[in-house]
Write a protein that binds this ligand. Structure first.
Ligand SMILES: *Cc1c(COP(=O)(O)O)cnc(C)c1O
Length: 390
């Protein structure tokens, strides 16, 4: 599988050998327990330990994370279940963990929990590889690149080399890029972790997460943790996720291409400041991003003058839902500051580009920007109305 293109790999990933009269992708197996006589040995005994529907999905994700390599993937009920499985299976009281201070908004909660367990937590920003300065004596370095929602990028190879030198394990939250955008294990990380709620499954209808490792001992720790806390995905979610992976390359390619086009349009607008997209050559992250990423993701972030302007912009969009999360086939955008927690300006927008036709989406955005700043609609306004209204 290692020489195939990403699209070919995505449509075939994790499929069992063809068997006469069997479906290509076997349906979800709903089972709390399996027939089991004699000695209780696997592969399938009890539904909290293992399930054949997970096995197919785990193989599929492994093929995408590290084509042609022996790796093991463990799927979870959510991204947070996957993240905490890595952290809580690895660290003990008295250990030190290095987290980003600009990562996913639940990381401060994780930090509080780790601190309550007597773990020392150090934090630094993603940009400028600032976590490098905190590695001495650390047990584990947690990287999120690109970071959500600020879209900063750090040099993963460089951080991994320094962390390993200091005796620390490295986990990368790869949610934003997905494995066809970036392969953390190839960049040297010990754990590739993601929320598959986002671009990986891409339809905004399931929550799921995974952890992929090369080292079987680390996988055993993560699997043991899943068994202990029971943070397991339902078979229906696992099956839907596997079905969704077939279109991963189609969806992500389309979304990334349109995201770059959107970033280019926004770069030309006076009312937009603080524009970030790692695939935009003028972006501060571009130099590092091209060295470690294969696709730059579906999220673009930027600022409008203030909260009111941002809210008017969101309300004026017709093809873009005002909603959180990202990576789905339907574009969403939100004023990130409404949640609190992220250190972002009031007018900060996180825009997730979907699979709509680029012309339609860009026209909608330009018209909504015009409306938000009180500028009379131009030519694009008329054409957008003409195609949208009966
Ligand atoms: C959404 C997200 C998570 C959490 O995932 P859930 O599936 O919601 O638990 C973790 N990390 C990043 C970067 C995310 O965007």
């Amino acid at each position: 599988m290692s020489t195939m293109g990403d699209g070919t790999r995505a449509v075939r990933a994790g499929l069992p050998e063809p068997e006469q009269y069997e479906p290509t992708l076997p349906g979800p197996v709903f089972a709390a327990h399996f027939h089991l006589s004699g000695e209780p040995v696997g592969p399938y005994t009890y539904g909290r330990d293992t399930n054949p529907t997970w096995t197919h999905l785990e193989r599929a994700i492994g093929e995408l994370e590290a084509p042609g390599e022996e790796v093991s993937t463990t799927v979870f009920a959510s991204g947070m279940a996957a993240i905490t499985a890595v952290l809580l299976s690895q660290v003990r009281t008295g250990d030190t963990v290095v987290l980003p201070d600009d990562g996913y908004q639940a990381l401060p909660l994780v930090r509080e929990q780790l601190t309550a367990f007597g773990v020392e937590v150090r934090t630094a920003p993603t940009g400028g590889d600032a976590q490098l300065a905190l590695l001495e004596g650390a047990k584990l370095l947690w990287i999120e690149s690109p970071s959500n929602p600020g879209l900063d990028v750090c040099d993963i190879r460089r951080l991994v080399a320094a962390a390993h030198e200091a005796g620390a394990l490295v986990a990368v939250d790869n949610t934003l890029a997905t494995p066809i955008g970036q392969r953390p294990l190839e960049l040297g990380a010990d754990f590739s972790v993601a929320s598959d709620t986002k671009g990986m499954t891409g339809h905004g209808d399931i929550l799921l997460g995974h952890v992929t490792c090369r080292d079987p001992l680390l996988t055993a720790d993560v699997r043991r943790w899943r068994k202990v806390v029971g943070a397991i995905p339902g078979p229906m979610e696992a099956w839907l996720a596997h079905r969704s992976l077939a279109t991963l390359q189609l969806r992500i390619d389309r979304q990334c291409t349109t995201a770059l086009a959107l970033a280019e349009v926004l770069a030309g607008r006076d009312e937009v400041t603080g524009l970030r997209y790692p695939g935009l050559p003028a972006d501060p992250s571009y130099g590092v991003a091209v060295r470690q990423m294969r696709r730059f993701g579906s999220v673009v972030s930027f600022e409008l003058a203030d909260r009111e302007t941002a809210e008017r912009f969101l309300a004026a969009l017709r093809l873009v839902d005002d909603a959180t999360s990202f990576g789905g086939v339907r574009s969403t955008a939100e004023r990130r500051g409404r949640w609190g927690g992220d250190a972002v300006p009031e007018g900060f927008i996180r825009f997730s580009v979907g699979a709509e036709d680029a012309e339609d989406l860009l026209a909608d955005v330009e018209r909504a920007l015009d409306e938000a700043v009180g500028r009379a609609g131009g030519v694009s306004d008329g054409s957008a109305r003409a195609t949208l209204l009966p």
